[in-house]
Design a protein around this ligand. Structure first.
Ligand code: SF4
Ligand code: SF4
Length: 436
């Protein structure tokens, strides 16, 4: 057993038994659609997990390759009529792999640093963000991107396209603050600001606070909050994630909130599954269930309340790309579309296959860059077919991927989060200072 997994971190027989091998999930699976290989389909991956669970096969290079090529996008979960909990299965399979193999020293050190230190340290993230900002403004980024255009940087050029931009001042300075509701207070909410998002999506986090305040929310950004642990869970490191989950639970449950809000679809599905992550922890199981019951994606929350409709026009044709973990992990599809339909001047055009993954999938686009690029190319064909000038989504990771897509294969589209579109509409409302 590795230090980052426990004995129960393996695919459960009851979950595996739910699959009746009908194949109705195959067409919903991006890797199967690309490769047409059964072992890279949900059914094929489950079959391999069953083989490992029954000791008919060992955890070897082929098994690891097929499990790692999965995006954990959970498109198969939506398609499956038998209710297979595929997300839970693949996360457990990855944890089992982690406990069974020993990675090369360099990989172990990088993983320990990124997952064990960097993502949960405001100090290290601030230092990394400051260095990234220097790289952006010094002209180095522009020079490297120019070289990448002529394919002079090879794979590094592809990865550079995905690098998030640092956005000083970072949002860490807002943690611990309480923002009053505009007008009558109707809700008290806590906002979880993420980890990297404090550095790379600081403006999105600020917009989220503004939009919530416009909707009668007193917004607290609780002290003591940390990374949600989603990247850890997806990378087979659930014990790290459990440590982070306990910190977030303590940070939030010490307040008295109507809801706990995230603006990241990817984080939201892990945050909503803290009850399962900590089900065997006697000290936290009950608290985790309470935490889970309060968790809301910001789209879901706003679509369920009496929305403030004092908005000005955002004249654009937009298309919405589902965040996989919002659509398939949390089953939230209608809420972002409903919010966008409230924005005056905005025309929403659905793209084909909007709920097929764009290839972002956490850090998948870095680790499995070739497949990710293939999926992004297909995604941008769908986007381009709509003629939309604005691509809207609901997860920061998808935004980065789609920004790269717009640069590499697009037609000059802008990429925005649903909340940024609402924020723009509120700023243009009659009487708002920005509208004058
Ligand atoms: S995961 Fe679901 S849809 Fe796919 S083969 Fe199994 S039972 Fe059928
Ligand atoms: S999670 Fe996504 S990539 Fe993985 S098997 Fe399911 S549909 Fe395919």
């Amino acid at each position: 057993m590795g230090a980052f997994t426990v004995a129960s971190d393996h695919p459960k027989q009851a979950d595996l038994d739910r699959c009746v091998h009908c194949g109705l999930c195959l067409n919903a699976c991006p890797t199967y659609r690309e490769l047409g290989v059964e072992m890279d389909s949900p059914r094929g991956r489950i079959y391999q997990m069953v083989q490992v669970a029954s000791d008919a096969a060992r955890i070897g290079p082929s098994y690891i390759e097929h499990i790692e090529l999965c995006l954990a996008c959970r498109g198969c979960e939506t398609a499956c009529p038998s209710g297979v909990r595929y997300g839970r299965l693949v996360e457990a399979a990855r944890a089992q792999i982690e406990s069974a193999i020993r990675r090369p020293l360099a990989a172990r050190l990088v993983r320990r640093f990124v997952f064990g230190r960097l993502l949960s340290s405001p100090r290290l993230l601030t230092a990394a963000g400051s260095a990234a900002y220097l790289y952006q403004v010094s002209g180095m980024q522009r020079a490297l991107r120019a070289l990448a255009r002529f394919r002079l940087l090879g794979k590094l050029g592809d990865l550079e396209q995905l690098a998030p931009a640092a956005e000083p001042p970072f949002f860490f300075s807002q943690i611990g603050k309480v923002f009053p509701a505009e007008g009558e207070r109707r809700h008290r909410v806590a906002f979880l600001a993420g980890c990297l998002a404090n550095v790379c999506f600081a403006r999105l986090n600020e917009a989220t606070v503004r939009v919530l305040r416009k909707n009668g929310c007193e917004v607290t950004v609780p002290e003591g909050q940390t990374c949600c642990g989603a990247l850890h869970v997806h990378s087979g490191l659930p014990e790290y994630a459990r440590g982070l989950a306990r910190r977030n639970i303590d940070a939030v449950l010490s307040g008295n909130y109507d809801a706990v809000i995230t603006n990241a679809g990817g984080c939201g599905s892990t945050l909503k599954e803290y009850d399962e992550l900590l089900e065997h922890d006697p000290a936290y199981a009950r608290k985790a269930r309470r935490f889970t019951s309060l968790m809301r994606d910001v789209n879901e929350f706003l679509a369920a309340i009496d929305l403030n409709r004092e908005m000005g026009p955002v004249a654009a044709t937009a298309t919405y790309q589902d965040s996989c973990h919002l659509a398939h992990g949390q089953r939230v599809r209608a809420a972002p579309r409903k919010l966008l339909s409230e924005v005056p001047g905005l025309e929403l055009r659905e793209m084909p296959l909007s709920d097929i993954c764009c290839g972002s999938a956490g850090i998948y686009n870095v680790l499995q860059n070739e497949m990710s690029q293939q999926l992004l190319g297909k995604k941008m064909e769908s986007v381009n077919s709509t003629g939309a000038s604005l691509i809207v989504t609901a997860n920061p990771g998808c935004m980065l991927q789609l920004q790269a897509g717009a640069r590499l294969h697009g037609q000059g589209q802008r990429v925005a989060h649903v909340i940024e579109v609402l924020d723009e509409a509120y700023s243009r409302a009659a009487g708002s200072p920005a509208a004058k």
